[in-house]
Design a protein around this ligand. Structure first.
Ligand code: VGL
Ligand code: ZN
Length: 209
């Protein structure tokens, strides 16, 4: 069975948000349209406490974009974003959230970031998404959402690592692009790891695959 994993389509990652992804809103109709092709749709939600250590504001004399050592892991410092219960952390009003069978929240531990919807960046904690999908007999996951170069990429890499056939739907993602080439580099990195890069127009309707 196939499942669609919708990554972090939250107000703060959309134009006008705290960590806006250029053109992020353009994927929403594409993602909504894909949902009917899947028997199972799950979502991830970046869900940080206000004291999260990935926020530049929680480090003295550090700027957004600087890299610090966070308990042994390199950490890019971000603007405050997706703070629990804030409007920025909510899914877009335009997203068909009624299709979600389960939402997996991540980034809740202030000491470690969590780009992947499966594990935190130190791989210490698990959101339960892999077990959930396996219980539902999912073998092939399709990853869409924001952002290609962070949460989509690490979710797809972890999906491969826990044994799912994994596709990323390139036109249903957009990148942060701290560097202009980051979108392409992310697709290449995923491809090298065994992720299939596909386009929404090539995804077949509900099938046995
Ligand atoms: C993300 C940076 C920080 C993402 C989340 O959803 O790609 N990026 N937190
Ligand atoms: Zn975050």
């Amino acid at each position: 069975m196939r499942a669609l994993i919708v990554v972090d389509i939250q107000n703060d990652f959309l134009p006008g948000g705290a960590l806006a992804v250029n053109e992020g809103h353009l994927i929403i109709p594409v993602v909504n349209g894909l949902m009917s092709k899947f028997e199972l749709v799950v979502a991830t939600q970046d869900w940080h406490p206000a004291n999260h250590q990935s926020f530049a504001s929680n480090h003295s004399e550090k700027e957004v974009g600087e890299v610090v050592d966070l308990y042994g892991l390199p950490q890019i410092l971000w603007p405050d974003h997706c703070v629990q219960h804030s409007r920025g952390a909510e899914f877009s009003d335009d997203l068909n959230t009624s299709a979600f069978s389960q939402v997996f929240q991540k980034g809740t531990d202030p000491r470690v970031d969590s780009y992947s919807g499966f594990f935190d960046n130190g791989r210490k904690n698990d959101t339960g998404m892999a077990d959930y999908l396996k219980t539902k007999k999912v073998s092939h996951v399709y990853v869409v959402g924001l952002a290609t170069d962070y949460c989509v990429k690490y979710t797809a890499l972890d999906a491969v690592s826990v044994g799912f056939k994994t596709s990323v739907v390139s036109d249903a993602t957009r990148a942060v692009n701290l560097q202009p080439e980051d979108y392409n580099t992310a697709l290449q990195d995923m491809s090298k790891a065994g992720v299939l890069i596909v386009e929404s127009k090539d995804i077949s309707p509900l099938s046995i695959d």
